[in-house]
Design a protein around this ligand. Structure first.
Ligand code: ZN
Length: 297
């Protein structure tokens, strides 16, 4: 069984880091890790990284490797001026038509319930494109306990939200505070975490396990069984993701993959839960075919 990665990048993202410049580099990292297909997330907001990787570039790469890459689209929600609803809709409509399966990653320096993001949520719900969003101390801002995110989940019930990032995962714990929103908190996860409550009660909230933040949330406390309990409980709402951004990262084994495999081998993670997280949830939620990547543009 091979993984589907719902959160990957291509191109140069940061000054001082060459990134995964070429599609060949990403493909060989995927081959090494046993990843069959990866979603490529464009970077189109200035707060996201140090360079842009446009949706057009991502679509070009995906057209050359339709069996390996799944195109996502991104449009900065602040694009144009005034009421930009028609512009957002037209760009997203064109991207959907060209085969994009998701929006993101949403990573602008706006409140998570900003009116411009609400336009994106509404359109993505209508077009069946899940929104992958990153929350930290500066992006997709919200008050403690995620009241804004909860409002969005309820206001846009047809829109699938896939959370990720330090702030998102800090709120796994009931005692999360603002000093943790950009970091990797340690210590036991206490009951009452906002994302636990929202994953439980909102059918349209999902999460991806990419980057260090998810791994940290699963392994931060002293309880060695916490990770497998969480993975089992939310096995229908989690996706494997790499968030590969650099060549050095791609050269290492992915710690989240190691954790999934270790828990499965130890019998703490059921085969069903493992398959759902590694592959099957992605097929279902992003409406991918079992045998080929995505609709040809
Ligand atoms: Zn990312």
């Amino acid at each position: 069984m091979r993984y589907i990665d719902t959160h990957c990048h291509i191109g140069r993202l940061y000054v001082g880091n060459d990134g995964l410049l070429t599609e060949e580099a990403v493909l060989s990292a995927m081959d090494r890790a046993g990843i069959e297909r990866a979603a490529l997330l464009p970077i189109e907001s200035p707060e996201e990284a140090h360079f842009y990787v446009t949706t057009e570039e991502v679509l070009g790469v995906c057209r050359r490797h339709p069996d390996r890459f799944i195109p996502f689209c991104n449009v900065d929600p602040r694009i144009a001026s005034g009421d930009n609803s028609a512009i957002l809709r037209e760009r997203l409509r064109q991207y959907r038509e060209q085969g994009c399966r998701g929006y993101g990653e949403a990573m602008s320096g706006l409140a998570v319930d900003d009116i411009r993001l609400q336009r994106v949520y509404a359109i993505c719900g209508e077009f069946g494109m899940p929104v992958v969003y990153h929350m930290d101390a500066e992006r997709n801002l919200d008050a403690p306990g995620f009241p804004g995110l909860e409002r969005m989940l309820r206001q846009f019930p047809s829109t699938v939200f896939v959370g990720h990032g330090q702030r998102f995962w800090a709120e796994i714990s009931g005692d999360a505070d603002s000093s943790q929103y950009g970091g990797y908190p340690s210590g036991p996860v206490t009951p009452g975490g906002a994302i636990v409550r929202l994953l439980e009660t909102c059918s349209n909230l999902y999460a991806d396990l990419s980057a260090r933040s998810a791994l940290n949330a699963l392994t931060r406390g002293p309880d060695p069984a916490f990770a497998s309990r969480f993975l089992e409980r939310f096995q229908q709402k989690l996706f494997f993701g790499s968030d590969l951004c650099s060549a050095s990262q791609a050269a290492q084994p992915l710690p989240i993959m190691e954790l999934l495999q270790r828990e499965r081998a130890a019998g703490r993670l059921s085969e069903t839960a493992f398959r759902r997280i590694a592959r099957e949830n992605a097929l279902r939620v992003f409406a991918l075919s079992e045998t080929h990547c995505c609709p040809r543009p």
